[in-house]
Ligand binder design. Structure first.
Ligand code: SAH
Ligand code: SF4
Ligand code: F3S
Length: 483
């Protein structure tokens, strides 16, 4: 309870995980606000409830959370009324064991029970005993969340939960449960709701968005389901939505219908995050990924044919048990072949309870780290080259807000997901916030770009177009070279 009973209670939520974890953190704050009037705090000090939304994908994330959780002891000792909640994927895996090892934790809840947090808080207060609920009550969560509220032009919408792929190294199927899709109407209503609030870009979220099978029709009992390609088509018809992204997709269900959607739907972003994990077929099989490198490359080739200029980002694991130097060289060759943009790569982390945890693993950690370094420097070179190639071209950029580094500048993303910072005069900026404008890229840095605003699409501003020295008139479009 707050010191002054008149003040609303404050919750501080901290995310340790992926975009789904961050999405859940927002929903935790939303559900507490809607049901019990909690306000969000920016720091743990002074909060009445601190929630750690945890991640167990790799050992490091889990360790960091553990040590930061230990540090809350002082706050708890100073304020015995402070409540500490642990949610997310570590909570899901460990459940009550968290309270055994960290006795000052009051509430443990999983990714699928976050909507029950208000009830768990009440039960904690009434009983004086810690509360644990890490069940997987199907898709119940989404029926109990308040409607989304958004102030910026970009929003995330979860379309499915969990994962049924069971890659041998991964905890997600155990922490989040099997794949389950939200009803088609529910997703479309949420997107339309967000569009009404000024959202122009939605990112559809899930561990495997292309496994989406949303039930259609009244009550969802007609038996008909919508696949991901159909969902994209329907989202792209929602007025106000100008750009659609999705993450993460899986190569195994990357259907020709989905590839075709990239050719047919101009609102689909020129960017796909398609984790490959390894470039050796032997390792891919041991990971149980369900595709070969040839099949992966075929998807990329077709995507690029469907949508010239599309950038492909990926995830790669280095040092999976049994990975030889030759296997790793094949990953390097795949990286050269595909030319990924902005990728994430990690050293394999052994996760207790997963099948790979029992495999013999005799590659020294130092060798794995050295491989990771070689891989990352190659990925970095390619990323830099792609950035350099964007210099001089013009792109549609959704103006998201002031640049974080330079408050005098603005920033937004191109359709291909690259971030651009650019100056704008205040009057033009005020009109452009949350809208799509044309930006010419003038300079490339390792992870960002600098550019100059030219004009909003369809808007004629002769003096600005002239000052942009010839772009705009020569028919250049996003990602296309001046041939
Ligand atoms: N569903 C997505 C990935 C989600 S997890 C997919 O299948 O593509 C995000 C990334 O974490 C994975 O792509 C993988 O590269 C990495 N990852 C997962 N488990 C890992 C582990 N045990 N060790 C190292 N990296 C791991
Ligand atoms: Fe994990 Fe594989 Fe599922 Fe991705 S597809 S979440 S890597 S089990
Ligand atoms: Fe981590 Fe769970 Fe996401 S393990 S990566 S928070 S699904």
């Amino acid at each position: 309870m707050p010191a002054n009973p008149e003040d609303p209670p404050k919750v501080y939520v901290r995310s340790f995980g992926c975009q789904m974890n961050e999405y859940d953190s927002e929903k935790i704050a939303d559900v507490l606000r809607a049901e019990q009037g909690w306000e969000s705090a920016d720091a743990p000090e002074g909060a009445d409830l601190i929630v750690f939304n945890t991640c167990s994908i790799r050992d490091k994330a889990q360790h960091k959370m553990r040590s930061d959780l230990g540090r809350l002891r002082e706050l708890k000792e100073a304020n015995p009324n402070l409540l500490i909640g642990v949610g997310g994927c570590v909570a899901s895996q460990e459940g009550a064991a968290i309270i055994e090892s960290v006795p000052f934790v009051d509430i443990v809840f999983g990714p699928q029970t976050l909507h029950r947090l208000p009830r768990l808080i009440a039960a904690r207060r009434a009983s004086g005993r810690p509360q644990v609920d890490i069940s997987f009550p199907e898709i119940e969560k989404f029926d109990h969340l308040p409607p989304p509220r958004k102030s910026g032009p970009c929003a995330f919408v979860s379309i499915m939960e969990g994962c049924s792929k069971y890659c041998t190294y991964c905890v997600v199927p155990y922490t989040r449960g099997e794949e389950i899709s939200r009803r088609l109407d529910d997703v479309l209503t949420e997107v339309a709701d967000l569009a009404d609030q000024g959202v122009r870009e939605v990112t559809l979220l899930g561990q495997n968005v292309n496994a989406y099978r949303g039930s259609m029709g009244e009550g969802g009992d007609s038996g008909a389901t919508a696949d991901f390609a159909l969902l994209l088509e329907l989202v792209s018809e929602i007025p106000g939505i100008e750009r659609i992204r999705y993450t993460t997709s899986h190569p195994r269900e990357f259907t020709s219908r989905l590839i075709d959607a990239h050719a047919r739907l101009p609102k689909l972003a020129e960017h796909v995050h398609l984790p490959v994990q390894a470039g050796s077929d032997r390792i891919l099989a041991a990971m149980k990924r369900g595709y070969t490198t040839l099949e992966y490359k075929a998807i990329v080739r077709k995507l690029r044919a469907a949508r010239p200029g599309i950038l492909i980002a990926t995830d790669i694991i280095v040092g999976f048990p049994g990975e030889t130097e030759e296997d790793f060289e094949q990953t390097m060759r795949l990286v050269d072949d595909v030319q990924f943009d902005a990728s994430f790569s990690f050293v394999y982390s052994r996760r207790p309870g997963t099948p790979a945890a029992d495999l013999p693993d005799d590659t020294p950690q130092a060798v794995k780290l050295e491989r990771l370094q070689r891989l990352q420097s190659r990925l970095g070179e390619i990323e830099a080259r792609i950035g350099q190639e964007m210099v001089g071209r013009t792109y549609d950029v959704l103006v998201e807000g002031p640049s974080r580094r330079n408050p005098g500048e603005w920033s937004g993303r191109c359709s291909n997901h690259r971030m651009v910072n650019f100056p704008m005069d205040p009057e033009y900026a005020a009109r452009s916030l949350g809208r799509m404008i044309r930006v010419r890229v003038t300079q490339a840095f390792p992870h960002t770009l600098r550019g100059e605003a030219i004009a909003e699409p369809g808007e004629t501003q002769p003096e600005q177009i002239v000052s942009a020295a010839g772009t705009g008139e020569n028919g250049l479009h996003d990602g296309q070279a001046a041939a």
